[in-house]
Design a protein around this ligand. Structure first.
Ligand SMILES: [Zn+2]
Length: 216
């Protein structure tokens, strides 16, 4: 029998948890695991003509819709201001919050951005999560995902983990389509989501796969 696991996904933006490990999260959820996503930013920079509060509500609702599609248990928002992202991600308030979540949920697995991601906000989340794990001395399998870079990074020597997402790939796509306020960007990027899942699938010997690096 499958032992129920708790899986935490820490990410910078409200759609990273789907772009990165969305198929894997849906797979765990379908096995009965609790998947909880924690989003650092509230996404107000994407639509500067709308009031910050309004766009932040829209993006929260989209992320909740996407979470329902993948069968997640919850998606939580730290509401970090994107113009201050790097400073706030490194603040005692945010660090304390992440430490508290780790102690509270006692996750079996953690997924977060990789430390060499091209996006500085993604790297900042990685650092905050790793710092919190070190501070709390909490031990669990921790994996890094990539959001946009389809290519292998040179110099990465962490062990890879491929997850066969053939059965849940359609849920990942359906969840991505929940981000309607991002539709223009989303539609232009969907091909790369397919391509990446197919390329990882080739490596893993299945149709579609997601690839992670085990960082702890
Ligand atoms: Zn992001």
């Amino acid at each position: 029998m499958h032992k129920k696991q708790t899986v935490l996904v820490f990410c910078a933006h409200s759609d990273d948890q789907i772009f990165g490990p969305g198929g894997t999260a849906a797979k765990y959820a379908s096995q009965g695991d609790d998947v909880i996503s924690i989003v650092f930013a509230c996404g107000e920079l994407t639509h500067p003509w709308l009031k910050r509060r309004i766009i932040s509500e829209i993006r929260k609702n989209e992320a909740k819709d996407a979470d329902r599609v993948i069968g997640g248990k919850d998606v939580l928002f730290l509401g970090i201001n994107e113009t201050e992202f790097l400073k706030e991600a490194d603040s005692d308030w945010v660090k304390g919050k992440i430490e508290h979540m780790i102690r509270h949920y006692r996750p079996d697995k953690i997924f977060t951005h990789s430390k060499d991601d091209p996006h500085s906000a993604h790297r900042a989340v990685n650092k905050t999560v790793i710092d919190a794990l070190e501070k709390t001395k909490y031990k669990c399998d921790t994996y890094a995902f990539d959001v946009w870079n389809p290519l292998n990074f040179r110099g990465r020597n962490e062990p890879k983990m491929y997850v066969n997402i053939t059965d849940t790939f359609s849920l990942k796509i359906k969840a991505l389509k929940c981000f309607k306020s991002q539709w223009v960007t989303m539609i232009s990027l969907l091909w790369s989501v397919y391509l990446r899942a197919l390329m990882n699938g080739l490596d893993a010997g299945c149709k579609y796969a997601e690839r992670f690096y085990k960082i702890r």
